[in-house]
Design a binder for this molecule. Structure first.
Ligand SMILES: [Zn+2]
Length: 237
């Protein structure tokens, strides 16, 4: 397992903002799925900073008892996830965090403290066939600061995390270019690890379609699409 962190004072997950409690527990793009999956009341648009205490105050004042419990549980799980990524190179799936935060009751699953966490929950994520690795990639942009974060998580057919990489680029990119660059980044990472039987999975449909298409790509990001397709040709599967 290898991990590279560009700068310790920046968020170790996205690399887009300085690491404050507000960022790592609330504002980081990586927390969006977890908060979104937990409770409608915790949608980012309805609760605002500027620091984490403002959010806590809002939840304590207006939340019901179960909301407060879930909020506290998920905040703690996000902090544990950050530590797990830093120290063990393992990145836990948002659905798993929500299940654990919900005091082990959600979806009828029990969670015990200290349970091995290398396996991810396969609620939505679909495992690749045996002998292949699933590569999930994503990009996040901070337009104000002119930074782009790229993330890659590689898991085997059992859902075990085999490798994680987060990287950062300075500059202004549009979302399609950013997603395509993140795909290239993921492919190069797999090659460097000798992982040549893979299933790539990204969430930007236009980029996935462009990579799957055999037609010449004349768009502004066509040269990136070409580079990614050339890299794909170097894989066994
Ligand atoms: Zn972040």
């Amino acid at each position: 397992m290898r991990r590279k962190i560009v700068d310790d004072s920046w968020c170790p997950v996205c690399g887009l903002e300085p690491e404050t409690s507000f960022h790592i527990l609330w504002a980081c793009p990586s927390t969006k799925d977890a908060w979104g999956a937990s409770c409608k009341k915790f949608q980012k648009s309805t609760l605002m900073g500027p620091n984490f205490f403002n959010i806590v105050e809002e939840v304590l004042l207006n939340g019901k008892e179960e909301d407060i419990k879930l909020f506290a549980g998920l905040s703690r799980q996000l902090w544990l996830r950050r530590n797990m990524l830093l120290h063990e190179g393992v990145f836990i799936h948002p659905n798993t965090l929500v299940q654990r935060a919900d005091f082990g009751k959600a979806m009828g699953r029990e969670y015990r403290e200290g349970e091995p966490t290398g396996r991810m929950d396969v609620e939505k994520w679909k495992a690749p066939p045996a002998g292949r690795l699933k590569v999930n990639w994503d990009a996040a942009l901070n337009l104000t600061r002119g930074r782009m974060g790229m993330g890659v998580v590689i898991r085997d057919h059992d859902g075990r995390v085999r490798a994680v990489k987060c990287s950062l680029k300075q500059g202004h990119f549009d979302p399609t270019a950013a997603e395509t660059m993140a795909a290239i980044h993921a492919l190069k990472f797999c090659m460097a690890q000798g992982m040549l039987n893979i299933c790539m999975e990204g969430d930007a449909k236009n980029v996935v379609d462009a990579l799957n298409s055999r037609e010449e790509n004349w768009s502004r990001t066509g040269y990136l699409v070409d580079e990614a397709r050339n890299l794909l040709n170097g894989f066994n599967n």
